[in-house]
Design a protein around this ligand. Structure first.
Ligand code: FES
Length: 162
């Protein structure tokens, strides 16, 4: 397990996953709803609780860097998404897929639309719970994921307002 200066310490002695970061007690995350952490001194991550589940994903939206910690959570086509407060992009909580509404045939009225996926756009991270302690293991897969570009000092120091 890695430790982060700003993070509290786990209360249990259970063995945490290798390279994981302690986020906090589950009950505290549930109470707060959302917490943000900078992990490894370079990755800003949003950890949130929704309907009994804890999710972790890059904090800034893949579209233009909007702060997802201020986004609403809604279901689209049966998939839970966080809605970015800046331009309302929808991102699935579990996979980080960008969702959009596609028009079946633009020449046919009334228009019929369907929710479709653009693929993974937001990097999501693994959450592990051990004896009430919550850990996040960063997803370090080598593929380029669009939210990666907002994990730099340039965006970190930019005011995150809509
Ligand atoms: S920055 Fe998130 S939708 Fe534009």
């Amino acid at each position: 397990m890695s430790s982060d200066e700003e993070s509290p310490q786990p209360s249990s002695s259970s063995s945490a996953p290798l390279d994981s970061h302690y986020i906090g007690r589950r009950e505290d995350i549930v109470r707060a709803g959302r917490v943000t952490r900078q992990l490894n001194g370079c990755r800003d991550v949003l950890v949130l609780h929704h309907q009994g589940q804890i999710y972790a994903l890059d904090m800034r939206c893949y579209h233009a860097g909007g702060g997802l910690q201020h986004g609403d959570i809604e279901e689209f086509n049966g998939r839970l998404c966080i809605v970015c407060p800046w331009h309302k992009y929808k991102i699935t909580l579990a996979e980080g897929e960008g969702m959009y509404q596609a028009v079946d045939n633009p020449t046919v009225r009334p228009l019929k639309t369907q929710w479709r996926s653009k693929g993974v756009k937001q990097r999501v991270h693994q959450v592990t719970e051990l004896s009430g302690d919550v850990y996040v293991t960063l997803n370090t897969s080598p593929e380029d994921i669009e939210s990666d570009r907002y994990q730099t000092d340039k965006y970190r120091t930019k005011p995150n307002t809509s």
